[in-house]
Design a protein around this ligand. Structure first.
Ligand code: ZN
Ligand code: ZN
Length: 470
């Protein structure tokens, strides 16, 4: 999961605005389209296509770490699945990135209280066996402020608890500790790094996820479980504590995976696009059901349902199963670069990458002229128990990159209260998906995608409304 960026409210605050020069009149959704979208919504609530897709992906492919053999099988699976679901066109984009591998990992407390520590290597960590005295920080800034080289031979332990929240905002804290902690520890001269996980559960499952070293020499870096972090904090409070961290992992050459794209071709405006997405890769510890099998499945189901109901989208419905989100939005960058000249042709973008929990709010970014049309969209999904938050929230992950370049977006807020109990752990498995919530999700994305595709007029995408942020 990644949360982003420029909201329309922010643009207004910055003195920027959506261009209205090219929009002659207010965009609207024809009554017949509202009717079709309502029928599509109701069909999706009764249909288990998205469940079958995520069941197939997590069972037949299983874990699919970017660059692994599972990644290659996932790409083949996605191509075949799009075809089986009746998409008109299936194509791919090459996505190249450094391949990171996890082979084995072990942690233990040494000396008077010797015992195992449950941990897992952070993505991007080098391998190596290190041991040293633990220096605990409950404040990342304090670690970043220590004198370079002053923690020579030590193992840094950053002990910051990530709060649970429906909107998942605690992950901002947890992911910052994961991303910024290891390079800060390396700069301070530490030989290793462990952290309290970017996770909210008290099971002994460590949470992996990507970290990054800039110009520092990388050091072995791992995440503990919350339980093991508690234990280590107690031991450190009692006195000098030494631990050993043994990781066999690291980068191993380059790998080329693929974004897999399926399209239901539009009837009269085939070169205009409503783009939906999720990411096909997962971490290796679980089977990537909630992150992001559910997102891939529900967006893939949208085109299938539209086709099955014989509804003709005016614009093309494009579903992208992105390659390697987890290690740095690699697939999203390739897609966004390839569409740089066609931002205006993207009528609307949307992505599901914060777990398939119940959607409780709908917002996004669009031009003022599209406000009434988006309200029509909202009225169709309101009975699904969704609140309206116009011009709030943003498209997630890859589609967030598109939004940052000016694509109008729909933002669905999924209940993430339990998401970070499971996220990036061995517990991310199919049984954690609530079939009812997945149906609600599919119904909402399908109805909005269809109405965006068949709207009379634009929702306001254009490169001038937002400058590239990243
Ligand atoms: Zn993830
Ligand atoms: Zn994700």
């Amino acid at each position: 999961m990644r949360v982003s960026h420029l909201s329309a409210a922010l643009l207004v605050a910055l003195g920027l605005s959506w261009s209205s020069a090219t929009l002659a009149s207010e965009t609207r959704i024809p009554d017949s389209v509202v009717k079709d979208a309502t029928a599509l919504r109701d069909r999706a609530l009764q249909d288990n296509t998205s469940w079958k897709i995520v069941e197939s992906l997590t069972s037949e492919v299983g874990p699919r770490l970017a660059g692994s053999e599972g990644d290659a099988r996932a790409v083949a699976w996605a191509k075949a699945k799009f075809k089986a679901l009746g998409y008109d066109k299936v194509w791919t984009q090459d996505v190249t990135f450094p391949k990171w591998e996890r082979r084995s990992e072990h942690g233990e407390v040494l000396g008077r209280s010797s015992q195992e520590l449950k941990l897992t290597a952070l993505g991007g960590s080098p391998g190596g066996t290190v041991q040293g005295e633990v220096v605990r920080f409950d404040d990342l800034k304090a670690l970043q402020a220590v004198k370079p080289g002053s923690l020579k031979g030590k193992i840094v332990f950053v002990d910051i608890l990530m709060p649970r929240a429906r909107d998942g905002h605690g992950y901002g804290i947890g992911s910052t500790v994961r991303r910024a902690g290891p390079p800060a520890a390396a700069r301070a001269g530490a030989v290793g790094y462990v952290m309290r996980p970017a996770g909210t559960d008290w099971h002994r499952n460590p949470h992996t996820g990507m970290t990054r070293f800039d110009d520092q020499t990388p050091i072995p870096s791992a995440s503990l479980t919350n339980n093991d972090a508690d234990q280590l904090a107690r031991l450190v409070a009692l006195g000098k504590t030494e631990i050993k961290v043994a990781l066999d992992c690291g980068f191993n050459g380059m790998y080329t995976s693929q974004n897999v794209i399926g399209e239901i071709t539009g009837t009269t405006k085939p070169d205009e696009i409503v783009a939906l997405g999720g990411h096909l890769d997962s971490w290796d510890l679980g089977t990537g059901a909630i992150d992001d099998g559910g997102g891939v499945a529900l967006t893939m189901a949208v085109g299938h349902l539209i086709k099955q109901m014989k509804i003709k989208p005016v614009r093309t419905i494009r579903v992208v199963a992105f390659a390697n989100e987890e290690q740095g939005l690699f697939g999203g960058r390739v897609y966004t670069e390839s569409q740089q000249k066609d931002i205006r042709k993207h009528q609307m973008v949307m992505e599901s990458d914060s777990g398939p929990g119940m959607i409780y709010a709908f917002g996004g970014n669009w031009a003022p002229e599209a406000g009434a049309a988006v309200k029509q969209m909202y009225d169709v999904i309101a009975p699904l128990g969704i609140a309206y938050e116009p011009l709030k929230g943003s498209a997630e992950s890859e589609m967030g990159l598109m939004q940052a370049r000016g694509a109008a977006s729909a933002a669905f807020s999924h209940d993430a209260s339990l998401y970070f109990d499971l996220h990036h752990t061995p517990d991310d498995t199919l049984d954690k998906i609530d079939p009812k919530a997945l149906k609600q999700n599919t119904a909402a994305y399908a109805a909005v995608a269809l109405m965006a595709a068949n709207a009379e007029g634009s929702l306001g995408s254009g490169p001038e409304i937002a400058k590239p942020e990243r």
